[in-house]
Design a protein around this ligand. Structure first.
Ligand code: ATR
Length: 275
């Protein structure tokens, strides 16, 4: 049987863990799958996508810096992609139209709620950052019905814009925006969605947001404890998680979207952690 072709597109792409994750899914589910990494030229993402699907490709994952372009390029968007304003998953429908989906938000919710057993319903959540990564996860987080979700960002206007955008998904949820100087009480869950750690920076947030029961989640992943999680631990956080689980969960959801089969994620997360 001929292999079905999938790939992740980004620039740069050599660091991507997606080929490894999807090859583990393929081994587990027994499908005839080939999953590669494609570096698209910065000025021709659209041409790369066209070429891939014209060559018989079945599905693409999209990563930095093309997620917004993927969203724009698609002829149809799933509701969760529509809200996210960015797409990490592309495929063709029966009419050969390009469909954009976004599985990042489902990924973080599955990791927090299903894997780490963190209650989100009724929780008070603090989200740091208001860029594309945060917009991508707000819809699925709000769907869990937290009691309150505060978006704190360096540029407060961007956090306020997200509050306006998601207000209609936040009935009975205290959704609010502020700067980093404002939050000063312990939260149930703190999610770092800033890209500050890429520059070795920390969002300048009061350590008072961390209580003994606070769960801290950095959407970033690195081999060592992330800068943000180290700060949280140094300030008394007992439960800190990085974004590896989210990465595997968003991949599993994309795999399900393409192939209708949901791979088991726990063994894949374990295997990547030990790589
Ligand atoms: P991404 O796709 O990773 O979300 P982005 O859309 O550029 O990238 O958003 C980056 C986020 O990290 C923003 O919330 C940004 O804050 P601003 O909106 O004020 O720019 C935040 N960020 C980046 N560097 C930061 C730093 N050094 N300290 C605090 N926040 C930072």
């Amino acid at each position: 049987m001929k292999n079905e072709l999938y790939a992740v597109v980004g620039n740069p792409i050599s660091h991507s863990k997606s080929p490894r994750i999807h090859s583990l899914f393929a081994r587990q589910t027994g499908g005839p799958i080939e999953y590669t990494a494609i570096q698209a030229p910065l000025e021709d993402f659209a041409g790369t996508v066209k070429h891939f699907f014209e060559g018989g490709g079945k599905g693409l994952n999209v990563t930095v810096p093309f997620k917004e372009q993927a969203w724009t390029l698609a002829e149809h968007r799933t509701p969760r992609a529509e809200m996210a304003g960015a797409a990490n998953t592309l495929y063709l429908d029966q009419d050969n139209d390009l469909v954009a989906d976004n599985t990042d938000g489902v990924g973080i919710v599955r990791d927090l709620h299903d894997n780490q057993k963190v209650p989100l319903k009724g929780a008070r959540i603090l989200v740091l950052g208001a860029g594309g990564a945060v917009r991508g996860v707000l819809g699925p987080l709000l769907a869990e019905q937290p009691a309150a979700l505060t978006i704190a960002n360096r540029t407060v206007a961007k956090a306020e814009a997200l509050v306006r955008l998601f207000a209609h998904s936040a009935e009975n949820i205290a959704l609010s925006a502020c700067g980093f100087d404002q939050p000063a009480q312990p939260y149930d869950v703190i999610i770092n969605g800033t890209s500050a750690s890429l520059q070795g920076d920390l969002p300048p947030i009061s350590a008072n947001v961390i209580g003994p029961d606070t769960v801290v989640y950095d959407m970033m992943y690195s081999l060592q404890t992330t800068t943000f999680n180290q700060w949280a631990k140094d300030n008394g956080a007992q439960r800190v998680y990085d974004g590896l689980g989210m990465l595997v969960e968003q991949a599993a959801e994309a795999f399900y979207v393409w192939r209708g089969v949901r791979p088991e994620t726990a063994p894949v997360i374990d295997e990547l952690r030990n790589d």
